[in-house]
Design a binder for this molecule. Structure first.
Ligand code: GLU
Length: 294
């Protein structure tokens, strides 16, 4: 049987809360049940928001929960050159284009300011990109780049699908075989303006490079797997199995999240005096919600 490797991949933008603990335990238990390996990966490409002190906090909180992970821990910010090499590969395939739009430009385009409103489809990450920069000529692109205008790199979805085909599938452990529908996201950003990388790009590459055989993550990211499958096909990456776990809900039926001021594990330990066993018992007794599948 294949050696099972799972991972927990938090971003160090704050301390872990109980929703994270559930997600980490979920991946950890899957690995331990099969004598597999559990990996902790630090997703810290957002250099403005990520802080090393939160990474130390992850180590402290996960150890307290009794979770152990393989060494060394991969930090995405150490690997920008790797992501750039994969971007070059996509660029050589002709499936990327520079996008100079600001959020304001995109909103104005969608609202049709100065012209008729455009009917831009909406997907799980909001409105699709209206395609403004996809239509620039090579010369226009070069002129803008030469002028020093900052730009992101977007995936030209139609070109990507023309290469990868539209019959890609992936397997969700609970829901079975899925037909990949990356078109639900439109032309996503694969390299941001501030750092030449993005969540979608890095997570797909790292899951490949770290030989992750079962990707576990919240069902709020079910939609993202459709795009990741397309990136795997374009970049010739491994296709792991997926398992999208339900989200933990608080007593008001709201998911635990930093924006909902979810109490951190540190607070539960140091202020509320809870033991790890009590926190784990809470996690196991909480209600869990199914997120609509896309
Ligand atoms: N860094 C991502 C998050 O914290 C990981 C998501 C994933 O597991 O793919 O949401």
């Amino acid at each position: 049987m294949e050696h099972l490797i799972t991972r927990f991949a938090p971003s160090p933008t704050g301390r872990l809360h109980i929703g994270h603990a559930f997600s980490a335990l979920f991946a950890y238990r899957k690995a331990m049940e099969s004598d597999g390996t559990f990996i902790l990966r630090i997703e810290d490409i957002d250099l403005g928001r990520c802080r090393d002190e939160f990474i130390d906090g992850f180590y402290e909180d996960l150890s307290w929960l009794g979770i152990t992970w393989a060494q060394p821990v991969r930090k995405q910010s150490d690997h920008f050159e790797t992501y750039a090499a994969y971007l070059d590969k996509l660029n050589d395939m002709g499936v990327l284009y520079p996008c100079f739009c600001t959020r304001k430009d995109i909103a104005a385009e969608i609202e049709g300011i100065g012209s008729a409103p455009h009917h831009i489809p909406t997907g799980p990450e909001g409105h699709h990109y209206p395609g403004t920069c996809r239509h620039l000529s090579t010369q226009e692109r070069q002129d803008k780049i030469n002028s020093g205008a900052p730009y992101a790199l977007r995936l030209d979805l139609d070109k990507a699908l023309a290469i990868a085909g539209t019959d890609l599938t992936w397997t969700d452990q609970d829901k079975g075989k899925q037909i990949a529908t990356p078109a639900i996201l439109g032309d996503v950003v694969l390299a941001r303006k501030d750092v030449k990388a993005s969540y979608h790009l890095c997570v797909t590459i790292d899951d490949h490079l770290q030989d992750i055989s079962l990707v576990t993550r919240g069902s709020d990211l079910f939609y993202a797997t459709h795009l990741h499958r397309l990136l795997q096909a374009l970049l010739d990456l491994n296709v792991p199995e997926y398992c999208h776990h339900p989200l933990l809900l608080d007593e008001h039926g709201k998911r635990f999240a930093k924006r909902n001021n979810a109490v951190t594990l540190q607070h539960m330990r140091e202020q509320d005096g809870l033991s790890a066993a009590q926190v784990i018992a809470q996690i196991d007794s909480y209600e869990k919600s199914e997120h609509p599948v896309q």
